[in-house]
Design a protein around this ligand. Structure first.
Ligand SMILES: Nc1ncnc2c1ncn2[C@@H]1O[C@H](COP(=O)(O)OP(=O)(O)O)[C@@H](O)[C@H]1O
Ligand SMILES: O=C(O)C1=C[C@@H](OP(=O)(O)O)[C@@H](O)[C@H](O)C1
Ligand SMILES: [Mg+2]
Length: 182
């Protein structure tokens, strides 16, 4: 039987990486890590505090350290939900590519805006025009998500459980296809 590799979710803020990651880890019997949560636990402070005291650059350094420590400590047994900006550093992308199945959760800018509007814990969106920020980030990051991911899953107009099932089906089909060609 093919060993199921580590699963890493990428995509923009509000795509549902944290929510779907937890759901699929339960179905797959894998450990779940949320990169933002690991960064917060390591720092003993929340993300808004890190951005305020250390700036985005400080947060990105912590993000790379956390990513390295998670991926290197847990072989083939994890589902990792990343933060939307993880693809902005080449060293992170190299880590993501190394022996994991990367899934891009796609959401339109309208859905990103809707899903992030109820929370204030994303410092990059504490601006006068979060829609414009999301649009600008999406233009830069969408090609990077597509480049690093093996699977792309559309999440608009789907309940989280239905997205999770779609991800699980896509992973299963992908692994079956890999087995049949090897
Ligand atoms: N497919 C979905 N449909 C509707 N709401 C969703 C969906 N996926 C996630 N959400 C909601 O959107 C918000 C952001 O989800 P989250 O998992 O934190 O996204 P991310 O980690 O990608 O930023 C949460 O309130 C979550 O319940
Ligand atoms: O897109 C980004 O640069 C960020 C996304 C956030 O994670 P989510 O994508 O889980 O919201 C979090 O890492 C931080 O606020 C920065
Ligand atoms: Mg998240």
């Amino acid at each position: 039987m093919t060993k199921i590799p580590n699963i890493i979710l990428v995509g923009p803020m509000g795509a549902g990486k944290t929510t779907i990651g937890r759901l699929i880890s339960q179905s797959m019997g894998k450990h779940f890590y949320d990169l933002d949560k690991v960064i917060e636990d390591n720092a003993g402070a929340d993300i808004p505090w890190i951005f305020e005291k250390e700036g985005e650059e400080g947060f990105r350094k912590r993000e790379t350290q956390a990513l390295e420590s998670i991926v290197h400590s847990d072989t083939n047994d994890l589902v990792l939900a990343t933060g939307g900006g993880v693809v902005m550093r080449k060293e992170n992308v190299d880590i993501l590519r190394d022996d994991a199945l990367v899934v891009y959760l796609y959401a339109s800018v309208a859905q990103q805006l809707y899903r992030t509007s109820k929370s204030t814990h994303r410092p990059l969106l504490q601006t006068g025009d979060p829609r414009a920020t999301l649009k600008k980030l999406f233009e830069v990051r969408d090609p990077l998500y597509r480049d690093v991911a093996t699977l792309v899953i559309e999440t608009d107009a789907r309940h989280p459980k239905s997205v999770a099932n779609k991800v699980l089906d896509a992973i299963k089909r992908h692994l079956e296809m890999e087995t049949s060609v090897s």
